[in-house]
Design a protein around this ligand. Structure first.
Ligand code: CAA
Length: 380
C-alpha cells in the first residue's frame, strides 16, 4: 500500500492552499455575516482549473483525478467551506454527470463552459416532499412536439441562484417509482423557470440556496440526459461521487478547527500556564487529530477506488458519515477550547460549527449513509 501523493497531486494541493489563504481568508467572516458569495474568487478558481478538476483538458478542465479533487476541496474548505461546496457541486455533481452520461451535443454545449468557470452549475433533485426519499418526485416532464414541458417545485438547490445551468430530475412516467425519473439539463433564462428567494441558512452562508419553480418550462428533447427512466440511477451514481467531495469539505472544516484550537491553546494562559498544558485540553486535541486523520484516509480511499474504477458507494458513504461527524465534533471542541471567545463571531470559530452541520445533512443525511452502508454489508 502506497500512501504517497504524486508530484502533481501535491502541487495542486499547494496551489489550492495558497489560493485559499491569500484570496479566500480575507473577508470570510464578513461574507458569512452578510451571506455574500465569493464571486471574484470563484471566477479566479475557474481560471486556475478548479471548477473542472476531473474534466479532461480538451473540455478546459484540469485533467486531474479524484484524489486531486478531494485534496483541493479540503484546502478550500479549511478556509471557506462555502467556496468548498460551490466547487464541489460544480465538479462532482454537475461536470461529473456530463463526463459520465452526456451525449456529444450536451458535452459540446455545456461542459467547457462549466469546467472553465464561465458558467456555474447546480444539481436539483430534492422537492418539498422528497428529501431522503429521493425518488418520490412530483415535478413532471411531459413530452410534446420536440420538447419536454416541466412543471413543479424543487428545493434546497445549492448554487441555485447564481447558476447558469441546472441538472433537474423530474418524472417522465408516473406510478412506476424510481423507474419513472429522468434527468435534464436546463439553462437559466429558459422561460418558465424562476428562482425563489435566497434561503437564510445556519451555515455555509457564502453559498446560495433557493427553490426553483417550473411552470410550463419548455426544454428541448436534446437536453434529456441518457434516456427516459435513467434519471434515478444517474442521481444515485453521481451522489456516490459527490459524497466523497462533501467528506473532503468536512475534513477541511475539521482541520481548520484543530489548527485554530492548537494555536489558541498554546497562547491562552489560565492559572499561570498555557491551557495546552492541561490534560483535559490535550485529550481533546489528541482526539481531534486522530479523528481527522481517520476521516482523511477514508475520503482518500474512496477517491482512490473511484479513480481505479472499483466499487466505491459504501466507502463514499463511510467517508461522508465519519468525516461529517468529525467536523461536527472537532468544531464543537474548538469552540469549547476557545471558551467565551469561541462563542463570539469575531474569532471565526463558531462559523466552523455552523458550517459543519450541513455536511451531516446534504448529499444524503448521516442516516441515509448508514442505510447505504448497512445495505451493502448485509448483501455480502
Ligand atoms: N449508488 C448507486 N445506485 C444506487 C444507490 C447508490 N448509492 N442507492 C440506490 N441505488 C439504485 C439501486 O441499485 C436501484 O437500482 P436497480 O433497481 O437498478 O438495482 C435503485 O437505485 C433504487 O434503489 P432503492 O430501491 O434502494 O431506492 P430507494 O427509493 O429505497 O432509495 C436511497 C434509496 C439510498 C434512500 C436514496 O433515495 C438516497 O440516496 N436518498 C438520499 C438522497 C440524497 O442524497 N439527496 C441529496 C440531494 S442533492 C444535494 O444535497 C446537493 C447539494 O445541495 C450540495
Amino acid at each position: 500500500m502506497n500512501f504517497q501523493l504524486t508530484e502533481e497531486q501535491e502541487l495542486l494541493r499547494d496551489v489550492a492552499r495558497k489560493f485559499a489563504e491569500e484570496h479566500l481568508a480575507p473577508g470570510v467572516i464578513e461574507r458569512d455575516d452578510k451571506a455574500k458569495m465569493p464571486v471574484d474568487q470563484i471566477k479566479q478558481l475557474g481560471e486556475l482549473g478548479f471548477m473542472g478538476i476531473m474534466v479532461p483538458e480538451k473540455w478546459k478542465g484540469a485533467g486531474m483525478d479524484t484524489v486531486s479533487y478531494v485534496l483541493a476541496i479540503e484546502e478550500i474548505s479549511r478556509i471557506d467551506a462555502s467556496a468548498g461546496v460551490i466547487l464541489s457541486v460544480n465538479n462532482s455533481l454537475v461536470c461529473q454527470i456530463f463526463l459520465d452520461w452526456a451525449n456529444e451535443h450536451q458535452l459540446k454545449s455545456y461542459l467547457t463552459k462549466l469546467a472553465s468557470g464561465k458558467w456555474l452549475g447546480a444539481f436539483s433533485l430534492s422537492e418539498p416532499q422528497s428529501g431522503s426519499d429521493a425518488s418520490n418526485l412530483r415535478t413532471f416532464a411531459e413530452k410534446s412536439n420536440g420538447h419536454y414541458i416541466l412543471n413543479g417545485t424543487k428545493n434546497w438547490v445549492s448554487n441555485g441562484i447564481s447558476s447558469d445551468l441546472v441538472i433537474v430530475f423530474a418524472l417522465t412516467t408516473k406510478g412506476i417509482g424510481y423507474k419513472g425519473v429522468s434527468a435534464f439539463c436546463v439553462e437559466k433564462g429558459t422561460p418558465g423557470l424562476t428562482t425563489g428567494k435566497k434561503e437564510e441558512k445556519l451555515g455555509i452562508r457564502g453559498s446560495d440556496t433557493c427553490e426553483l419553480y417550473f411552470e410550463n418550462c419548455k426544454v428541448p428533447v436534446e437536453n434529456l440526459i441518457q434516456e427516459e427512466g435513467s434519471g434515478f440511477h444517474i442521481a444515485m451514481k453521481t451522489l456516490d461521487g459527490g459524497r466523497i467531495g462533501i467528506g473532503a469539505q468536512a475534513v477541511g472544516i475539521a482541520q481548520a478547527s484543530l489548527d485554530r484550537a492548537l494555536e489558541y491553546s498554546k497562547e491562552r494562559k489560565q492559572f499561570g500556564k498555557p491551557i495546552s498544558s492541561f490534560g483535559a485540553i490535550k485529550s481533546k486535541l489528541a482526539q481531534m487529530a486522530t479523528k481527522i486523520e481517520a476521516s482523511r484516509l477514508l475520503v482518500l480511499r474512496a477517491a482512490a477506488l473511484k479513480d481505479n474504477h472499483q466499487p466505491y458507494a459504501k466507502e463514499a458513504a463511510m467517508a461522508k458519515l465519519f468525516a461529517s461527524q468529525t467536523a461536527m465534533e472537532t468544531s464543537r471542541d474548538c469552540v469549547q477550547i476557545f471558551g467565551g471567545y469561541g462563542y463570539m463571531q469575531e474569532y471565526g470559530v463558531e462559523r466552523l460549527m455552523r458550517d459543519a452541520k450541513i455536511t451531516q445533512i446534504y448529499e444524503g443525511t448521516s442516516e441515509i449513509q448508514e442505510l447505504v452502508i448497512a445495505k451493502t454489508i448485509l448483501e455480502k
